[in-house]
Design a protein around this ligand. Structure first.
Ligand code: FMN
Length: 213
């Protein structure tokens, strides 16, 4: 297969967890958000929201909550079988969470909960027992917007990392962020890279593709 510039962009991207101190400009942030905004969404509902967490107080509160969740898990892991293995796991995910507080840009990314998709409309009308589809569609939509953001970031020399591990440690994420009407699905860091991660293997396309014929 020949590689074009889009292939190279996609294949060259790596998650970045170590950044220089330089903070990308507001204009740069908006260019990345613009690409996120072009993502498809159910009925063009454009439900995805990016919230930049700039406040030191809010960042500190997130860190305190993460630390308290971490201590809680360690305590629970004390008395159980395979506790050492579990503690190691907890420590790894703590490390894969802690770096966010040193990132120049930290975003909460989620969706506006006011949106009514097809499945929710049927559920609210009493036709469907459960809005089983809405939450899935909304998560897909957040993912697509993130993809636009991180690829545009790549073209601007900005590294990003999508982060979900802190959600396991932190209770009441939306309350700490002071958000209502938004379901936060992940965090994302961004900034100018201060590391060059090595290449990470991916499956062969034929391993993730099948045809029902
Ligand atoms: C939904 C999601 C959650 C993730 N959560 C974390 C996380 O909590 N901490 C972290 O350091 N990386 C996290 N990552 C980044 C992955 O570890 C990373 O994408 C994967 O290892 C592949 O590496 P690459 O992005 O450099 O190609 C997450 C990625 C996704 C898509």
């Amino acid at each position: 297969m020949t590689m074009d510039s889009f292939d190279q962009l996609v294949q060259g991207r790596r998650s970045i967890r170590k950044y220089t101190k330089e903070i990308p400009s507001e204009d740069t942030i908006l260019r990345m958000i613009s690409c996120a905004a072009m993502a498809p969404s159910p009925s063009n509902s454009q439900v995805v929201r990016f919230i930049r967490i700039q406040s030191e107080t809010v960042r500190n509160n997130l860190q305190l909550s993460l630390e308290s969740g971490y201590q809680r898990f360690l305590k629970c892991a004390e008395g159980i079988q395979n506790g050492k293995r579990l503690r190691n796991r907890i420590n790894v995910y703590k490390r894969y969470s802690d770096f966010i507080f040193a990132a120049p840009l930290l975003f909460a990314v989620g969706f506006d909960t006011g949106h009514s998709g097809f499945s929710k409309i049927l559920h609210e009308a009493g036709v469907l027992e459960k809005d089983f589809r809405g939450p899935i569609d909304l998560d897909i939509t957040v993912g697509l917007a993130l993809k636009g953001f991180i690829l545009k970031a790549e073209t601007l020399g900005i590294g990003t990392c999508i982060v979900s591990a802190p959600f396991v440690f932190i209770e009441h994420m939306e309350a700490i962020l002071g958000l209502t009407g938004i379901s936060v699905r992940c965090l994302m860091t961004a900034g100018y890279p201060d590391e060059t991660p090595t290449h990470m293997e991916r499956k062969d396309p034929r391993d993730i593709y099948q045809v029902i014929s």
